[in-house]
Design a protein around this ligand. Structure first.
Ligand code: TYD
Length: 199
């Protein structure tokens, strides 16, 4: 039985997702809520190993294989980390989730979005976020801010522009689940807006 709250944070490279996740978590913990901050790919032992594999620039990975690796990591992450925490009533804040696969593998790589949705649904066991915050900013600003470069993030500007447009289309299609926040604002403003929405 699901009792918690499932929040996902999405955005292009360098949008500031992990900083926002930590800041929201600190506020909610101070209010007495149990909060788990997790990420994709990652969030469990298998997820961390898949992350190393799929993001390693030394590996040549086909688009279909890439999608399936992200989905395999997601399935384990959902079963091992997310669903147990939600069933205990925790707030789960996840840095990237199924919408990343739609934006990156669907919109940007060009895999049929219906196929990505089907695999997302299978991997997530039908779990859908209660709320998704899309941190939106121009691609060049995000790329200038990003820390490290990996096999996916090292794609060209055109690829990341497709990711951004994909996210905006997803948000438009599901306005009840998505909230878009301008990631060029100060982090304090972004956190304030995010907390207003969560409340
Ligand atoms: P992440 O560590 O969040 O990168 P960053 O902090 O730079 O935004 O994610 C790693 C990369 O994996 C990122 O380039 C997006 C990509 N990714 C996908 O392409 N599909 C997915 O389903 C997920 C979860 C991530």
């Amino acid at each position: 039985m699901r009792k918690g709250f499932f929040l996902t944070i999405e955005g292009v490279e360098g949008a500031g997702k992990s900083t926002l996740a930590e800041r929201i978590a600190n506020v909610l913990r101070a209010c007495g809520r149990e909060v788990i901050v997790t990420m994709e790919p990652g969030g469990c032992e298998l997820g961390v190993r898949v992350r190393q594999l799929v993001l390693d620039s030394a590996n040549v990975i086909s688009d279909r294989a890439e999608l399936l690796l992200f989905e395999a990591a997601r399935a384990q992450h959902v079963d091992e980390t997310i669903l147990p925490a939600l069933s205990c009533g925790a707030v789960v804040i996840c840095d990237r989730f199924a919408d990343s696969s739609l934006a990156y593998q669907g919109y940007a790589r060009g895999i049929d979005p219906d196929m990505v949705r089907t695999l997302n649904d299978f991997a997530a066991s039908g779990l859908v976020p209660d709320l998704t915050i899309l941190l939106d900013l121009p691609v060049d600003k995000g790329l200038a801010r990003q820390n490290g470069v990996d096999r996916v993030s090292s794609e060209g500007v055109g690829f990341h522009e497709s990711v951004r447009q994909g996210y905006l289309a997803l948000a438009k299609a599901e306005p009840d689940r998505f909230v878009i926040i301008d990631a060029t604002e100060s982090i304090d403003k972004i956190v304030k807006r995010a907390l207003e929405v969560i409340e």
